[in-house]
Design a protein around this ligand. Structure first.
Ligand code: 5GP
Length: 202
């Protein structure tokens, strides 16, 4: 009997290295799919509709919310971000694990609605390293950097709602740890009800 795939939420402050980790994790883990979020923010250079995000107007996004099409959604920096429900359910039904790379308000909603989801919080090795990475992007002024640091602080305060915390020392090690978490999660008794019923009846 095929089991549903895991719903995995990965959050962490901007500068923790989520993007790099997600890319490596997807390359090295064939049974994982990445959910493509919807947003009302404008596309950045190089981003395309349907690949990086579904870029919607505010009206379109609110229509989706009202129609029950979003698994979760949140406002971040004045823009809507949300996870379309249908592809997530379809992939899980096919036995594939689904990864959501989302911020902490949305992560909280997923945990509330799907208590068996797996929440992983990614941290940079140190506060100094976080600041270095945020500055390292180069183009922003001091005020923007300060705002980013404040947003990072708020994200980190939401860490207590997650099941696992991973410090991103190196991408290789972080991917290995996340893969181990997923392997262990699948062996949990709470996901083995069918096997329990079978063996109990023998
Ligand atoms: P960015 O605009 O830099 O692509 O993303 C800003 C923030 O929105 C990031 O922290 C990212 O994790 C989060 N985000 C992306 N997609 C979603 C989503 O579907 N739902 C929620 N709640 N947050 C999202």
């Amino acid at each position: 009997m095929r089991k549903n795939g895991l719903l995995v939420v990965l959050s962490g402050p901007s500068g923790a290295g989520k993007g790099t980790v997600v890319k490596a994790l997807l390359e090295q883990t064939p049974q994982i799919r990445l959910s493509v979020s919807a947003t009302t923010r404008a596309p950045r250079q190089g981003e395309s509709h349907g690949e990086h995000y579904f870029f919607l107007s505010r009206e379109e996004f609110e229509k989706e919310i009202q129609g029950g099409g979003m698994l979760e959604y949140a406002q971040y920096c004045g823009k809507y971000y949300g996870t379309p429900k249908a592809p997530v359910r379809q992939w899980q039904g096919e036995g594939l694990d689904v990864l959501l790379e989302i911020e902490v308000q949305g992560g909280g909603q997923v945990k509330e609605r799907c208590p068996d989801s797996v929440g992983i919080f990614l941290l940079p090795p140190s506060w100094e390293e976080l600041e270095r990475r945020l500055r390292g992007r180069g183009t922003e002024d001091e005020e923007t950097i300060r705002e980013r640091m404040e947003t990072a602080r708020q994200e980190i305060a939401g860490m207590d709602g997650y099941d696992y915390v991973v410090v991103n020392e190196t991408v290789e090690e972080t991917v290995r740890i996340i893969q181990s978490i997923l392997v262990a999660e699948k062996q949990k008794f709470s996901r083995m009800k069918n096997i329990y019923e079978f063996w109990k009846g023998c």
